[in-house]
Design a protein around this ligand. Structure first.
Ligand code: PMP
Ligand code: GLU
Length: 397
């Protein structure tokens, strides 16, 4: 039997795969340090856990409206208004099983075969895979470290064709950690307006910004940008709720309606209990966010300083999210135990086998000159992991 060609082209998520492998080996008694998936190591705040328990005790254990409970949609509207200066009606909101499902619903809702979506590279691994799964074509615009991993208007223009339907924006960015300022966003919004493109703005790392910078949603740049943007956000990173699986999208009513219809046939509502937990996350005290942010900033500072001390590697100082991209160009061609580092994949594999340190190869994000390390892990693990990385690099010949 021939399986679906589009599905067979799909690569499993490398971030999740490597993280699962590291976890399994740790459970089997191996001393593994994982800089794998971006998953905060803090537990979900107490008040959110209590809200979930209360929800179960109150009998909120049934199907809900498939696009999410009204109270949560209202709380999302309030959040978007207060924090992002965006005015939405609840009919413009869908709550899904993680931001990932929002993106999946959205690509399904907008793509016809051959439609193109512009994505800056390095990019988050699931964008191109999901776009291809639904018959679309990701068109990449490479960005460079010396330009803070941002691209120019001319570079965007060179990616434009008559099939271009949308542009992806992800600030703060996974994997680079770059954050777009007002001028960057204005330039993208103008480009989208002139070429009548939809803007997909993945803002899941919005609260994870350092050095006192502030997140700006591209949808707030102008009335036109508001009309043509679908904002994607979720609970996973901000509230350390990766396992609860709650994300949301806000945008033009017609698109949200189609996304809701898709969701009603695929998964129905996101877990009822998680929705009540998300409601508390948005409405309850926010002080844990500041604590977690402070910890992430300390870890970022430590990582950047420590990587600077290690010979033959450099890194881009992330402005947001919780990843560091290490430039490995100077390690290519070096050897250890007769194993040659040919690129980011062989480096990640040899580093894992030799030193039990899990990192994600840059190829997962569309670049072979980097490896990505997540610092959403404890300071002890970071210290130990970077000591091992230094030792490994010093042993290369
Ligand atoms: N967007 C980006 C940029 C991500 O890194 C992730 C990974 N968590 C997601 C979306 C999806 O997050 P979730 O499905 O956990 O809400
Ligand atoms: N988004 C996280 C990461 O990039 C989690 C893994 C995933 O969802 O693919 O590591």
């Amino acid at each position: 039997m021939e399986l679906s060609r589009l599905s067979l082209n799909l690569q499993p998520s490398v971030t999740l795969e490597i993280t699962a492998k590291a976890k399994k080996m740790r459970e089997d008694g191996f001393d593994v340090i994982s800089f794998g998936a971006g998953e905060p190591d803090f537990n979900t705040p107490e008040n959110i856990i209590s809200a979930a328990i209360n929800a179960m005790n109150k009998g909120h254990t049934k199907y809900t409206s498939s696009s999410g409970i009204l109270e949560l949609k209202r709380a999302i509207c309030t959040k978007l208004f207060r924090e992002n200066v965006l005015k939405y009606d609840t009919s413009q909101i869908i709550v899904s099983t993680g931001a990932k499902q929002c993106l999946s619903n959205l690509f399904q809702a907008i793509l016809n075969p051959g439609d193109e979506i512009i994505i800056t590279a390095p990019y988050w691994i699931s964008y191109p895979e999901l776009i291809r799964l639904y018959g679309g074509v990701p068109v990449f615009v490479d960005t460079k470290e010396e330009n803070n991993f941002k691209c120019s208007r001319d570079e965007l223009m060179s990616a434009l064709t008559s099939r271009t339907k949308a542009i992806m924006v992800n600030s703060p960015n996974n994997p680079t950690g770059t954050v777009y300022d007002y001028d960057d966003l204005k330039s993208i919004a103008d480009f989208a307006e002139e070429n009548e493109l939809l803007i997909i703005s993945d803002e899941i790392y919005e609260k994870l910004i350092y050095d006192g910078k502030k997140h700006i949603s591209i949808a707030s740049i102008s009335d036109d940008a508001y009309e043509r943007t679908v904002v994607i956000n979720g609970m996973s990173k901000t509230y350390s709720m990766t396992g609860w699986r709650v994300g949301y999208a806000a945008g033009p009513e017609r698109i949200i309606e189609v996304m809701s219809s898709i969701q009603s046939h695929t998964t129905s509502n996101p877990t009822s209990i998680s929705q009540y937990a998300a409601l508390e996350a948005l409405k309850g005290p926010q002080d844990r966010i500041f604590y977690m942010l402070e910890q992430f900033e300390l870890r970022r500072n430590f990582m950047v300083k420590r990587i600077d001390e290690i010979a033959n590697i450099t890194c881009f100082k992330p402005m947001g999210a919780f990843y560091v991209m290490i430039n490995i160009t100077d390690l290519i061609g070096k050897k250890i135990n007769n194993l040659v580092i040919k690129g980011s994949e062989s480096l990640s594999k040899i580093l894992f086998d030799e030193s039990r340190v899990a990192v994600i190869p840059g190829t997962a994000f569309g670049t072979d000159n980097y490896i990505r390390l997540s610092y959403a892990t404890s300071m002890e693990s970071i210290e130990e992991g970077l000591d091992r990385l230094e030792q490994f690099i010093n042993n290369l010949i």
